[in-house]
Write a protein that binds this ligand. Structure first.
Ligand code: AR6
Length: 173
């Protein structure tokens, strides 16, 4: 659990091996964190994304990070929240698992996540935070090759939800 860190940060500034992008199925950019990552990485990122042919919800793809301080960008597509009964929790959990697995496959030792689906995709933030922490803690329990997983939270609501989810998990372990 000591390998998980929750902080308030703009993900594009973080010097980690991989940052995760909350993308859409086209992988061709958008608003929110996706827009910020593409702006900071430069047009080469979009050019590489065009070669990928999109990505289904719940899955992840990896590219180089170009002008970002990170080495890779892992693009994952979170679910659009409807009512919680349309596989949203399973799909969101899958985003975290697939992103972490890709990071390890590409020898990343440090990775930063934004709060996937917690912006325009409308996922209730406390529920999304619990899923993110659960999947990450479970993954790390079986994986020694990751040193640090950062949750880069934008805004105090997201920050406190992730902090609470992390505290709850620590108490239950
Ligand atoms: N660093 C860290 N977190 C950020 C940053 C940043 N620079 N900018 C925003 N956030 P969202 P989604 C937070 O809407 O809900 C895009 O258009 C933000 O405050 O970026 O998964 C894609 O192309 C929120 O807490 O992603 C898709 O179409 C969290 O990141 C769609 O939005 C996620 O918000 C994906 O929606």
């Amino acid at each position: 659990m000591h390998r998980i860190e929750v902080m308030q940060a703009d993900i594009v500034t973080l010097r980690v091996d991989a940052i995760v992008n909350a993308a859409n199925t086209s992988l061709l950019g958008g608003g929110g964190v996706d827009g910020a990552i593409h702006r900071a990485a430069g047009p080469e990122l979009l050019a590489e994304c065009r070669t990928l042919g999109g990505c289904p919800t719940g899955q992840a793809r990896i590219t180089k990070a170009y002008r970002l301080p990170a080495k890779h960008v892992i693009h994952t597509v979170g679910p659009i929240y409807r009512d919680g009964r349309h596989d949203e929790p399973t799909l969101l959990a899958s985003c975290y698992r697939q992103s972490l697995a890709l990071a390890v496959e590409y020898q990343s030792r440090t990775i930063a996540f934004p709060a996937i689906s917690c912006g325009v995709y409308g996922y209730p933030i406390p529920d999304a935070a619990r899923i993110a922490i659960r999947e990450t803690a479970d993954f790390l329990a079986g994986e020694a090759n990751l040193d640090r997983v950062v949750f880069a939270c934008f805004g105090t609501e997201v920050l406190s939800a992730f902090q609470t989810a992390l505290d709850e998990r620590r108490q239950s372990d």
